[in-house]
Design a protein around this ligand. Structure first.
Ligand SMILES: Cc1cc2nc3c(=O)[nH]c(=O)nc-3n(C[C@H](O)[C@H](O)[C@H](O)COP(=O)(O)OP(=O)(O)OC[C@H]3O[C@@H](n4cnc5c(N)ncnc54)[C@H](O)[C@@H]3O)c2cc1C
Length: 382
């Protein structure tokens, strides 16, 4: 039985506690999923999550826009991740992919959110390129103005939902200024001429991922989100919100690893008694429990701060992502260790968690990038 005492922390309102219970019941009824065909499974998960009302938390209602509730996003991600990494992925990408529209889209663009919230359209966030992963300001994919349109040429890579998405928010160089100030964001439908999937990418914890090609892709000027040159600001503000939720997913993986380890060490008999009676094992379990609670405090502190009107939570979100992902890796490694041979057996839950957690320390800003952000913010505030 997972620890739910954190729900009584002052970060949450009653509606969050009700949501936590609802998503827990949903996961029990619908997860885990057979993830042989990840693209098909993700589409089905998005449809189900939309049908059952959970995707409404990933984007504002176009008719009554209100800010995204980061606590709700984090609670849902934590719970889904505890049960199934692919379900967390399907949910999270609806939020991240639609994020720039949720935050900066005009009324017409926001109509698209009706479809992402209902699970009828899959969203993707296309920022990374071969030469601009951590170095976002180095984006080369170009968007050239041509009368009432823009023409996009170049490539994006490592794009989640690549090949599955119905539309991509693409960050491109429009050249208003050098570096970060010369980027803009566009909504690009997947069925537009000149757009193609150059390569499907396989990773240690499978999910839909691709390299995208743009050959003279023409989109109307109305596809531009915000103003020309706003692209970097839009990307960073979106990541500000969703970085804390990456921490929440890591927390879900860590909690599951701790739960599995408690169950295992209490029942595994060794040297005449349960493994859990050995003090060196207890030391591991204590470290894991502290990491889980400390990660939860940082994740829900960032989420609460955003929910309480902070314009930006850059420092808090970076701390939450850095700590929760790094410590989850540690918690899961200890879980594998305490499971012995079973821990590395293909298909075992802790083996799966060991693969699932790894990419979270790299995407949406690698751990080193989070440290740079935290240090800059801390020094600036001193
Ligand atoms: C599973 C997965 C899903 C992804 N999904 C998406 C997506 O949906 N959309 C999208 O746009 N991108 C996505 N990405 C891309 C991801 O955001 C990039 O991989 C990430 O930003 C790192 O960029 P890079 O791979 O080019 O590594 P690089 O930028 O080459 O960095 C390599 C390593 O260098 C180190 N490093 C980087 N900067 C610094 C620094 N300032 N100081 C010290 N060390 C540093 C870090 O250890 C880093 O991991 C995804 C990646 C993965 C693995």
């Amino acid at each position: 039985m997972p620890d739910k005492t954190f729900l009584s922390w002052p970060f949450f309102d009653d509606r969050h506690r009700a949501l936590a219970q609802a998503i827990e019941e949903w996961t029990t009824a619908n997860l885990p999923v057979d993830n042989k065909d990840v693209a098909a499974v993700c589409r089905a998960l998005v449809q189900k999550l939309g049908r059952d009302g959970f995707l409404k938390h990933t984007a504002p209602d176009p008719d009554a826009p209100s800010p995204l509730d980061v606590r709700a996003l984090c609670l849902i991600r934590e719970t889904l991740a505890r049960h199934d990494g692919l379900a967390d992925f399907a949910f999270a990408m609806q939020g991240l992919g639609a994020g720039p529209i949720s935050l900066f889209g005009n009324a017409a663009q926001r109509r698209l959110l009706e479809r992402t919230r209902a699970g009828e359209a899959i969203a993707a966030f296309a920022l990374t390129e071969q030469k601009s992963g951590s170095d976002v300001a180095n984006i080369a994919l170009s968007a050239r103005r041509d009368r009432d349109a823009y023409i996009l040429d170049g490539e994006k890579t490592w794009i989640s939902n690549g090949g599955s998405a119905d539309f991509y928010v693409v960050f491109a160089r429009t050249g208003e200024a050098p570096g970060a100030k010369g980027l803009s964001a566009f909504i690009v439908p997947a069925n537009v001429a000149g757009f193609s999937i150059a390569e499907h990418l396989e990773v240690i914890a499978p999910h839909p991922l691709a390299r995208l090609r743009f050959d003279g892709v023409r989109v109307p000027a109305s596809a531009l989100i915000g103003a020309p040159g706003d692209g970097f600001k839009i990307a960073m503000a979106t990541l500000d919100i969703f970085r804390a939720t990456v921490g929440a997913a890591a927390l879900g993986f860590a909690r599951r690893a701790l739960d599995e380890t408690i169950a295992r060490t209490k029942t595994r008999e060794l040297f005449g008694g349960p493994l859990a009676d050995l003090q060196m094992v207890q030391a591991h379990i204590a470290d894991m429990a502290v990491d889980v609670d400390a990660a939860a405090l940082l994740v829900y502190r960032a989420a609460w701060a955003k929910g309480n009107g902070a314009a930006r939570v850059t420092r808090e979100a970076a701390m939450a992502k850095l700590f929760a992902t790094e410590r989850a890796q540690n918690v899961i490694d200890k879980a594998v260790q305490l499971h012995g041979g079973d821990g590395v057996r293909r298909g075992h839950i802790v083996e799966r968690l060991y693969r699932e957690i790894r990419a979270l320390r790299i995407y949406e800003g690698a751990s080193e990038v989070q440290k740079v952000v935290i240090a800059r913010q801390t020094l600036a505030g001193a």
